[in-house]
Design a protein around this ligand. Structure first.
Ligand SMILES: Cc1ncc(COP(=O)(O)O)c(C=O)c1O
Length: 388
């Protein structure tokens, strides 16, 4: 006899968090662990953001705000979306939540119900399918291929569409693949979605981490039709190294924005008030810090690409965004959890097993770590691959 609801009982805990905590435990015991597990920038939150939050605390900004966030923060987000993303959303179409994770959850609650299907391209961010299940809807997983840069095509989307399809989730730049959709690819997917009134949830949390000449395109900026069916998700965790602040947001058509605000007003209410003041500062601050951080990520990305390309028995696609490599370990004929566990216990190298992302014969390596750790970790990684 279980008191846990049927649709919750089969959910899996977040494996990305599990491996990082296992690696942290080994480190705490004094082991020399090279961790490629992190899902957050290894840089500290910039001082000017911390100072703004401390000032807010000192000034007594410690009470509730509007449940969808401070008007000044929503105004700043609205301005950011226009300048950075060519997106026109008024402050009332924005709901600031406790991280992009919470924002996505609100968006699903507001739009999806039992009987609805949500198309999710795999490899996917580990929480999407579980969130869809929590709201009682059904995830429809579509496998993408390394050959196609780990991106879903409009044709693949069309093939799995059914009268029950309510939404497709597009995450560009993507976690765990680093794949970035081009304008043409988004246009083609958008055309299919629009033809059947299917919503697009566009998770753009890694928008600032794009490399070479790669352009980040916001789905809703492509045309008015797509703006009418897209929920844009973004946040502060990655671009401003503010993972622990728990600050993210949705920007959505009015009707959906109102529903999201209603849900939030009856669940968490506003995200932490003084964190929101940090968010305003982040958006109004000097962009140079962000440029420097992305530059540092790019140095690591290029180093890893060169190094990984020379290792036998694995395959990689050059990631154009985010801060991850998804390594194809299929030639080694070993399941991702076995691979990750052996790699951690024998070589003290932490990676995340691809099964967490719906991609069994892969592992994810994050480059949110210093170059010295990356270089040493890849030496050990190569040795491990050689032994197999
Ligand atoms: C693709 C993707 N979306 C959303 C999130 C959630 O970010 P937040 O820290 O803002 O909740 C993450 C975090 O890892 C992510 O990788």
């Amino acid at each position: 006899m279980s008191f846990v609801a049927d649709h919750i009982a089969n959910l899996s805990p977040s494996m990305t968090l599990a491996i990082t905590s296992q690696a942290a435990k080994l480190k705490a015991e004094g082991h020399d662990v090279c961790s490629f597990g992190a899902g957050e920038p290894d840089f500290d939150t910039p001082d000017y953001i911390k100072e703004a939050a401390m000032r807010a605390l000192a000034e007594g900004k410690t009470k509730y705000t509007a449940s969808n966030g401070l008007p000044d923060l929503r105004k700043a987000i609205s301005a950011k979306l226009l300048v950075d993303n060519s997106l026109e959303y008024g402050p009332d179409q924005i709901c600031v939540s406790c991280g992009a994770k919470h924002a996505i959850f609100n968006a699903l609650l507001a739009t999806c119900a039992p009987g609805d299907e949500v198309v999710i391209p795999a490899p996917y961010w580990t929480s999407y399918p579980e969130m869809v299940r929590i709201v009682g809807a059904t995830p429809i997983i579509v496998e993408t291929s390394r050959e196609n840069g780990w991106k879903i095509t409009a044709e693949q989307f069309e093939e799995v569409m059914s009268p029950a399809t309510k939404m497709i989730i597009i995450n560009s730049p993507g976690n765990p693949t680093g794949a970035v959709y081009t304008r043409e690819e988004l246009e083609a997917i958008g055309e299919v979605a629009a033809s059947e009134d299917i919503l697009i949830l566009s998770d753009e949390i890694y928008e600032k981490m794009v490399y070479d000449e790669t352009e980040h395109v916001s789905t809703a900026s492509i045309n008015d039709e797509l703006r009418g069916i897209t929920i844009t998700v973004n946040g502060f965790s990655k671009a401003y190294s503010m993972t622990g602040w728990r600050l993210g947001y949705t920007a959505a058509p009015e009707e959906i924005a109102t529903a999201i605000d209603t849900i939030q007003s009856h669940s968490t209410s506003n995200p932490t008030t003084f964190a929101q003041y940090g968010g305003i500062a982040a958006l109004e601050g000097d962009p140079q810090l962000l440029i420097d951080m992305v530059g540092e990520f790019d140095v690591r990305r290029q180093f890893m690409l060169k190094r990984l390309s020379g290792i036998n028995n694995i395959n990689v696609v050059e990631p154009k965004g985010a801060f991850y490599f998804l390594i194809d370990i299929e030639p080694m004929l070993i399941k991702s959890v076995n691979f990750a566990e052996k790699l951690l216990s024998r070589m003290r190298v932490a990676v995340v097993p691809g099964v967490a992302f719906g991609a069994e014969y892969t592992v994810r390596m994050s480059y949110a770590a210093g170059l010295d750790v990356i270089a040493e970790g890849l030496e050990r990684f190569e040795e491990f691959c050689r032994q197999h």
